[in-house]
Each structure stands twice: as C-alpha cells, then as structure tokens.
Design a protein around this ligand. Structure first.
Ligand SMILES: Nc1ncnc2c1ncn2[C@@H]1O[C@H](COP(=O)(O)OP(=O)(O)O)[C@@H](O)[C@H]1O
Ligand SMILES: O=P(O)(O)OC[C@H]1O[C@](O)(COP(=O)(O)O)[C@@H](O)[C@@H]1O
Length: 330
C-alpha cells in the first residue's frame, strides 16, 4: 500500500472531489487528507479518505477538504516543518491540488525532501504547464448564465451599457473566454492597458455600431499596481469614465465568488476524475516530482524541471480571436 497525503491549497475549484474520490477508490492507495492547505499538515489530524468516506460526494461543491492560503511554504524553515511532519507520519508522498502559487510550493517541497505530485485546480486557469485547471469550466458556466440573463434584459430594455466584473486573479482568462462564448462587445483584461480614457473611447465607438453593449471586466483591470487578488469593484471606476464620455449610465454586475462553487460541470468532473486516475497510476510507479496536467485534451505528466515560469498562461487563441474582432482593451 502507498500511504499518501493530500491537501487543497489556494482558491477552491468545483470538481476536485471527483479527483479525490477516484484516488480513494484506486487499489493500492491509502489516502489521507488534511484540512486547511499547507498549514493543515502541521495543525490538523489527517482524515482517512477511504472509498466509503468519499462515496456519493464526488459532485459536491463543498470540498472533502477545506482549502486555505498559508504563510508556511514561503520560507525554507516553514517548508522543512511541513516535510518533517509528513515524514514523521510516514507519508510517501504529498499531493497538492491548487493554483500557480501552490504549484511553486509543491515544487520546492519536492526539491527539499518530500515527494510531491501537483494537480492544477483554480478557476483562473493560470497554471504553467497545463492547458486546463479544475474549476475553470464550472466558473465559466456560472458567468455565462449571468451573461445570458443580461442579454435578455438588454434586448427587453435597449440602449444600455452593461458591465460584468469577474474573478481571475492577475490573468484575464475568465473575462476573455466568457466574452467570446457570450458574444460580448468588449473584454477588459489585465494583460492590456487599463487606461480609462482609451477604454471609454472604444466603448463610445462601439455604440455607433450597436444599441446595447455587454462588457466583461477582470477584477484586476486596475490602472495602478494597487490590486490584491480578490479585490472587487474596479469595474465601477471604469464605468465612471465610460459614463463621463458617453453620457450613458453603465449597469453593473459584480459576479464575485458565486462562480467558485456549486456542483461541477461535466467537463470539470470528467477531467478531475481522469487526473485522479492518472495520479494514482503515477503514485504506483513512484514517478514523483510531477504535475498531472492536461495538454490538447489528453492527460500528461510534466516534470517540475520542465516548467517555464516566465510563460504566459493567458489563452493565446482566445487573445488572437478577440484581437481580430476588436474585443480587447488594447
Ligand atoms: N512563491 C511562493 N513560494 C512558496 N509558496 C507559495 C508561493 N506562492 C504561493 N505559495 C503557497 O501556496 C498557497 C496558495 O497560493 P496562492 O497564490 O494564494 O493560490 P493558488 O495556489 O491558487 O494560486 C499560498 O498560500 C502559499 O502557501
Ligand atoms: O478567495 P480570496 O483569497 O479572496 O482570493 C481571490 C482570488 O482567488 C481566485 O478566485 C482564485 O485564485 P487562486 O486559485 O490563484 O487562489 C482569484 O480569481 C481571485 O483573485
């Protein structure tokens, strides 16, 4: 039997239970989970994630394990404490499910003495070395439901400008993809200039072509560096500039944290299940120091050493399409 520890770290992502449940039911894996991310390894008792414990909850929006952000992995001393605790509890490996920050910590902990595997999970879809992160599709579906309703009211009461602000951290994937999928008129994303006047002029020009406009906006589209992940409300200041120039009131919706939970979409559940399945196989072959990732719709393993942390994680195809359609704040 392989005695394995698992945590979720950083923002939650719908679908992760499917991944955990798949691991729990795999022959030869003895799975334990800690609540509260990296901190939890030191302060919480491990929960035995058996097949029975996980049964019938794989599609729950509430995770088997609570997730958290933690100061510990930022220092070598903190990482050593994590490693020591896992060694004392005789774990062979730590599985970390999380986003880009959790990935850095998983790599460091692996290099400094404890086997790790990393599973990409975040609504931002901004993890180096994978095309996909668990939770992204469910989040997009939530946003699209909102955009669909806004399209209805835009049809019913024409002549308006709507602004939909979405999460995404420092990357514009959610705002960009939902704008493309939802037929929106502009996606304001942090990868391009957030100059308020320029954006307002672009909106004014678009009003000559269309009666109502729907704009998506990333939470991080600040014109200064004064942004912390999770800050909400930047769309209000952009809307001010648009109102000033066009004389039209902007109707705002801040989607916020609603998109991070709920039962997972099929895409999230099946990708998570497959990642769980291949993670189990990777554990059995003791092939540690890897991320179990998605490339071109297939599951692959990526050695931490191959990760290029300078690469962009914004979907390039979406950028190209949006540029050609003049949908960006560029
Ligand atoms: N540069 C880093 N070095 C070491 N650990 C990190 C680093 N960045 C993040 N972490 C760890 O991963 C956790 C989650 O990272 P965060 O960026 O908040 O979310 P996510 O992993 O979803 O991107 C942090 O709370 C911290 O414990
Ligand atoms: O939940 P918090 O701590 O307020 O963080 C908000 C951030 O979490 C996210 O929802 C997900 O980000 P991570 O997956 O990187 O943690 C971001 O879109 C958002 O900026």
């Amino acid at each position: 039997m392989h005695r394995v520890a698992l945590i979720t770290s950083g923002g939650d992502g719908a679908g992760i239970n499917s991944m955990i449940e798949m691991l729990a039911r795999y022959e030869g894996i003895d799975l334990y989970g800690f609540h509260d991310g990296y901190d939890g390894i030191l302060v919480n008792q491990p929960i035995h994630l058996t097949k029975t414990h996980c049964a019938n909850h794989s599609l729950d929006g509430a995770h088997f394990l609570r997730t958290a952000r933690s100061k510990l992995p930022f220092t070598k001393d903190g990482r050593q404490k994590i490693i020591q605790s896992l060694v004392e509890q005789e774990f062979e490996c730590l599985i970390v499910c999380g986003g880009s920050g959790s990935q850095i910590a998983a790599k460091q902990i692996h290099e400094e003495g404890m086997n790790t595997l990393f599973i990409p999970m975040t609504v931002d879809n901004d993890v180096i070395g994978t095309d996909y992160t668990i939770g992204y599709d469910t989040a997009l579906n939530h946003i699209l439901n909102i955009i669909a309703n806004i399209q209805n009211t835009a049809t019913n009461m024409p002549g308006r400008i709507f602004m939909v602000e979405v999460l995404g951290g420092n990357v514009g994937n959610l705002a960009l993809e939902s704008a493309l999928a939802g037929g929106c008129d502009l996606a304001i994303i942090p990868e391009y200039s957030s100059n308020r006047e320029q954006i307002a002029k672009k909106v004014q020009a678009k009003l000559r072509e269309k009666q109502s406009l729907i704009i998506t906006c990333s939470e991080s589209a600040y014109d200064s560096k004064d942004y912390q992940a999770g800050d909400q409300g930047v769309s209000f200041s952009i809307a001010d500039s648009i109102e000033h120039l066009t004389g039209i009131r902007v109707r705002k919706t801040v989607v916020g944290f609603y998109i991070r939970a709920g039962h997972p979409s099929n895409r999230d559940a099946i990708i998570a299940s497959k990642l769980g399945y291949f993670t189990a196989a990777t554990i059995l072959s003791k092939d540690f120091g890897k991320m179990i990732a998605i490339k071109k719709d297939a599951v692959i393993t990526v050695d931490y050493k191959e990760l290029d942390f300078s690469a962009s994680t914004t979907n390039q195809e979406n950028i190209d399409i949006a540029k050609n359609l003049n949908l960006l704040n560029s």
